[in-house]
Design a protein around this ligand. Structure first.
Ligand code: NAD
Length: 343
């Protein structure tokens, strides 16, 4: 039996998650809900996804734009086993009561408060905690990137303390109204909210985060300093630990990937502008005694997509553990762990 999945909120995250659901062997995409007609709505119709009207949108608006409507969001919710809510932040929290009243399970995104769900989720870190749950929150893009790295480092070497500076992209590529277009903005909330968000998954992790916003739309970059409990003799063991883990892509120095522009170019060359893996640079991983330094880049638009899929699988116990769920998800999404070795 396939689990029926509906997407409420068809923007940056929702449209990518819808495509991912449509590719899974054990899930059926019931439809997607959108408030207003737009090129995104057209995209949904082009792909054959039933389109439902959400929020204060009307059927007439969509139909006058030539977009066929399958029904209201309430009808979509009644026809599904689980809703993945990808509406703008705070709206998911408001939608929670509606899902509960309809008796359907729900997945929320990182823009919602942790209390909206029974568990905050990252596949590699705490898949088991979401087994059979009814409300799960997939943490934000930055938290997902850190949680994946934390799953590797805590299990292989132990972590005494961790400081991260998050160099944040100013806007997603389609957000022409946001800035800055010239300037670097410190985030004066010190430390930033990301550390406590990571602790919703790793409650005992001694992590502190700070952030600056820079004028780019491509990716976030994390500058990490981790004090390891049992450090290996050299950085090679850390490189191999990351390289051997699904959803990590490690660039070798010879590949000449200087930064996020080449990562995006690499992504386009492999057929998409999305990078769902944590991106690390082999020559950007250094060990000095117990102190590990590394950079990682996070593609904000797509990194949480596979985690939403694994969350569905955990909630309906379609796979018993993270490794088996991630293997199905990654095969369906074409994530092949294509990191190459040193040359
Ligand atoms: P978005 O603005 O790109 O898309 C949201 C979509 O929901 C839009 O199509 C909007 O029209 C629609 N919408 C508005 N009101 C609605 C309603 N009442 N019901 C249903 N749909 C409604 O937002 P996004 O960037 O995709 O973010 C969605 C969630 O994902 C947020 O919680 C956000 O914090 C989180 N998130 C975003 C990113 C990112 O970088 N964009 C990364 C990770 C997580």
């Amino acid at each position: 039996m396939k689990v029926r999945v509906a997407i409420n909120g068809y923007g940056t995250i929702g449209k990518r998650v819808a495509d991912a659901v449509a590719r899974q062997p054990d899930m059926t995409l019931v439809g997607v809900a959108k408030t207003r007609p737009s090129y995104d709505a057209h995209r949904a119709v082009d792909r054959g996804y039933p389109l439902y009207v959400a929020g204060n949108g009307t059927r007439a608006e969509f139909e006058s734009a030539g977009l066929p409507v399958a029904g209201t969001v309430e009808e979509m919710v009644r026809a599904t086993d689980v809703v993945i809510d990808a509406a703008p932040e705070k709206i998911g929290g408001e939608n929670a009561a509606r899902y509960h009243a309809a008796g359907v399970r729900a997945i929320f995104q990182g823009g919602e408060q942790a209390g909206v769900a029974e568990v905050s989720f990252n596949a590699l870190a705490n898949y088991g905690a979401a087994l059979d749950k009814h409300r799960v929150r997939v943490v934000s893009c930055n938290t997902t990137g850190i949680a994946r790295a934390a799953a590797v480092l805590t299990s292989k070497f132990g972590v005494e303390s961790w400081d991260v500076t998050i160099v944040r992209r100013a806007a997603d590529p389609a957000e022409s109204q946001r800035g800055p277009i010239n300037g670097i903005l410190p985030t004066f909330h010190l430390p930033s909210h990301h550390g406590p968000d990571v602790q919703t998954i790793f409650p005992k992790l001694a992590i502190t985060t700070t952030a600056v916003v820079v004028p780019t739309t491509l990716m976030h970059v994390h500058v990490n300093h981790v004090r390891l409990t049992t450090p290996p003799r050299d950085a090679t063991a850390v490189v191999e630990a990351f390289r051997g883990t699904p959803r990590f892509h490690i660039f070798a120095a010879w590949e000449k990937v200087d930064g996020t522009p080449q990562v995006m170019d690499f992504a386009r060359d492999r057929g998409s502008s999305d990078v769902m893996e944590n991106v690390l640079w082999e020559n950007g991983i250094r060990l000095a005694g117990p102190d590990l330094y590394f950079f990682q880049a996070v593609h904000q638009e797509s990194i949480v997509v596979p985690e939403n899929i694994d969350a569905v699988r955990a909630m309906f116990k379609l796979a018993p553990d993270a490794a088996s769920s991630m293997a199905i998800t990654d095969a369906a999404l074409g994530l092949r762990g294509r990191s190459v070795g040193p040359r």
